[in-house]
Design a protein. Sequence first.
Lengths: 312, 253
Amino acid sequence: MAAILDIKDLRKAYADGFEALKGVDLQIEQGEILALLGPNGAGKTTLISTVCGITRATSGQVLVGGHDIITDFRAARSMIGLVPQEINLEPFEKVLNTVRFSRGLFGKARDDAAIERILRQLSLWDKKDNQIRALSGGMKRRVLIAKALAHEPRLLFLDEPTAGVDVELRKDMWEIVEGLKADGVTIVLTTHYIEEAEAIADRVGVIAKGELLLVEEKASLMARMGQKQLDVQLSEPLDAVPEALAKYDLTLCDQGCTLTYAYDTRAERTGITKLLGDVSAAGLVLRDVVTRQSSLEDIFVGLVHEDAEDGR
Amino acid sequence: MNWTAIKAIYLFEMARFFRTLAQSFISPVLSTSLYFVVFGAAIGSRIDEIEGVSYGAFIVPGLIMLSVITQAISNASFGIYFPKFIGTIYELLSAPVNFLEIVAGYVGAAATKALFIGVIILITAFFFVDVTIQHPLAMVAFLLLTCLSFALLGFIIGIWAGSFEQLQLVPLLIVTPLVFLGGAFYSISMLPPVWQTISYFNPVVYLISGFRWSFFGAADVPIAVSLLAIGGFTVACLAVIGWIFKTGWRIRQ
């Protein structure tokens, strides 16, 4: 199937010389949900802004549904809906008016039935005559989504839809995304929560320092990210991993005071029980036992590191 | 052309105007009435006729110009600055519209509002003084061109402004003095020769003179020059706006 979004070697350098995007290539298939994971300042928003026409690329090409975003911007932008990260809304406008405005702005004839369907889908219909300033934060976010959907886009960008949102609302948001996917809308969302990508994405892209480090099927990436680490801290330092524990693939660190064991939390058997049994059978005296889950930050650091090594 | 988008922007902007219709309506009527009371009745009664027109009637074109120019600038500059300020400009920038369509929507709405105010002031004037309009077509043309060109200038100011203070700066420091010194309340010929010469460097002089000609048939400068001046100013504003959108100055990084 043809990609609905095709980004080729996209680069963006700001006037002050800062390179926000360093040659991003990305293809997104029709109907999928792609989560872009990355720490703050990774270039997620710049990437989205460039595709949507808010920021100008320094070089590279972007095709949306086969339409170039520069030379054929009308066709390209008509297909795109954007939900920005910040809640940017006119406080004194009424919900219905502002959503209707968005539809007109994107060149679609007024269609009250379509607007009603969107507002109902987002549980906003009851609030349609409310001024935006009277809405809660979560409702405002829904208005942003309604505005983005008002012209019935095929490709929807959600820039950190759940940043600073409580757990319940986050779940709501995920349901909304599911519903949109069912309607055939392709969705690209940015987030820095792994759970979020895990909950709703089909594929996950990891972006850091303006580079897209990988794009992978969620399942395989989650397996990699699901690694946990067990640190066994010893009272007496060791010179080497004892013979009896050789089968566990342990690493000795902290000047011989800590044995580190990596395991997969999803595996049927993590092997912890046996390991700890064998540790005590080997006569080692424990000072403490700590488990750590690699944070997203760690994974980024790891990926950037790998990347640098590949480049050598 | 994306006419639907132009219409959407235009109606959205006009809706803001109609929400505050009473304010939009009352304040120009009140201030115009005050001008007539102060300049027309109190001071005007001591001033002879100017070019065969009573002073009260003489100031009508200048008063209309003063309000129209101020309104066109403030409406257009606020119209585009507000989305920038609250961040909703992202939607304009990501919409399938080109700069002409954005300008047509915002400037069209601002010019319409200014025109509306101008007409209200004209109607108010009829209650206070005898006003004749010798060249109605020319009057309408001048009024429309003034609304349009100063709305364009306002749009530029709105794009340029980085704060609400800056938004007020150009109208307060430049436009209002130019209008007051542009012969809104007097004829340039009443000034000493040196000041007459200096006045000819003020673009608003040509505007008010031409507009006054359409009322009374008398002008400080030839009518063709007036038309040329306002036409040239409109084109210059359009050129600047074209450049702004081409380079993305202050709106698109």
